[in-house]
Design a binder for this molecule. Structure first.
Ligand code: 3PG
Ligand code: MG
Length: 418
């Protein structure tokens, strides 16, 4: 099955045509109040944005520039749409894409016309007023119930309205291709559809990991929950040579090893599952041998490094320890292929960032093809000031890259194939 891509669209000619681009501009924001779904990572602010909201990490905006610039240069009327956070199907100002329009305009070097709604009067007139080579950004897709609806008809009705704003559709929202949402799954059924540069590159890179990766193939997983990563662990275990586990999820594995974990994050109902995984692949899974424990979940909490089998009952682990970092680094130094998803500790707090930094540095030093997957790991790379170019590829997709590696059918990719 072949997927038509941006070059095919450009070859057809786009001058004067309205091209609807689904992007993933779901960037972490620094705000005075309010919280955003899973983007709790506080990284260095960059770039000015209107309304006092700062974009904490603009990696996802930068990632779609190649597609947008190519369309602008070819004289298309570019209509960009995206979600931001997880609003509940109605307008919610804290999730407005307006600050993103400002940053996108700065990066493109041309103003981005912002529509106050997604498919309403403002969107229609904003799009109608576009001159060739101009860019509009529609307000948050998830301000509309139809975007995420499980009901095909409700999603379809919203997709009809969205599709009416374009003559062709480009999907460059790799981070959202695992969502069966109207803008990802239903719009391509209504318009000539193409994969954007980012989607194409992401798929190309990730397919190197699912094909015949050069060995040793070492995967590093972190993040807080085993349950979120179980499917990918199951899928990768037979394939990888080494699976290194850190982050909050390591405590459930340590518990399964028979250790006490104090007040650390623990998924009790996953302990048995972790035990089975370790039995199934003896020697493949590497767990921390020491951890940094603290009195509380706070940047200034008193903390110490203890052996993994010596976590005091009243303390909680917030990072992997130096001996673990050394062991993980040794395994990584042998690797020829590396995939990393999930921080090793609470890297947002300086006292608990050494594990993530140490592992990230070991990956950059390895003579390996390395892929960083996941918004949080990518944000960690940038927040810790590491050189992005020393990694083979930094994926813009968190859930999307994991589901790709699991071998699942991704609704957004499947829709482009049809
Ligand atoms: C992400 O941040 O992983 C993507 O933008 C998808 O967001 P979602 O998990 O809210 O669907
Ligand atoms: Mg997410």
């Amino acid at each position: 099955m072949t997927i038509r891509n941006l070059d095919d669209l450009l070859a057809e000619g786009v001058s004067g045509r309205r091209v609807l681009v689904r992007a993933d501009l779901n960037v972490p924001l620094d705000k005075q109040s309010g919280e955003m779904n899973d983007h709790d990572s506080a990284s260095a602010p960059q770039g000015g944005a209107p309304d006092g909201v700062r974009i904490a990490d603009d990696g996802r905006i930068r990632a779609v520039l190649p597609t947008l610039s190519a369309l602008v240069q070819a004289g298309a009327k570019v209509v960009v749409c995206s979600h931001l956070g997880r609003p509940k199907g109605a307008p919610d100002p804290q999730f407005s894409l307006r600050p993103v329009a400002g940053r996108l305009g700065e990066l493109l070097g041309a103003p981005v016309h912002f529509a106050e709604d997604t498919v309403g009067d403002s969107a229609r007139s904003t799009v109608a007023d576009l001159a060739d080579g101009q860019v509009a950004l529609l307000e948050n897709l998830r301000f509309n119930k139809g975007e995420t609806s499980k009901d095909d008809a409700e999603r379809g009705a919203f997709a009809d309205q969205l599709a009416a704003l374009g003559d062709a559709y480009v999907d460059d929202a790799f981070g959202a291709v695992h969502r069966k949402h109207a803008s990802v799954h239903d719009v391509p059924a209504r318009l000539p559809h193409y994969a954007g540069r980012l989607v194409l590159r992401e798929v190309e890179v990730l397919s190197r990991l699912t094909g015949e990766p050069e060995r040793p193939y070492v995967v590093v997983l972190g993040g807080s929950k085993v349950s979120d990563k179980l499917a990918v662990i199951e899928a990768l275990l037979p394939t990888v040579d080494r699976l290194l586990i850190g982050g909050g999820m390591c405590f459930t594995f340590l518990k399964a090893q028979g250790h006490e974990v104090g007040t650390s994050l623990l998924e009790k109902d996953m302990v048995e599952t972790c035990r089975n995984l370790m039995e199934r692949a003896p020697g493949k899974i590497m767990l921390p041998v020491d951890v940094v424990v603290a009195d509380a979940f706070a940047p200034d909490a008193a903390h110490d490094t203890v052996p993994a089998d010596g976590i005091p009952s009243h303390r909680l682990g917030l990072d992997i320890g130096p001996e673990t970092v050394a062991g993980f680094a040794a395994a990584l130094s042998q690797a020829k292929t590396v995939f990393w998803n999930g921080p090793m500790g609470v890297f947002e707090m300086a006292a608990f960032a050494n594990g993530t930094r140490g592992v990230a540095e070991a990956i950059t030093k390895a003579d390996a093809f390395s892929v960083v997957g996941g918004g949080d790991s990518a944000a960690a790379v940038r927040a810790l000031g590491l050189d992005e170019s020393s990694f083979g590829h930094i994926s813009t997709g968190g859930g999307a890259s994991l589901e790709y590696l699991e071998g699942k059918t991704l609704p957004g990719i499947a829709a482009l194939e049809n």
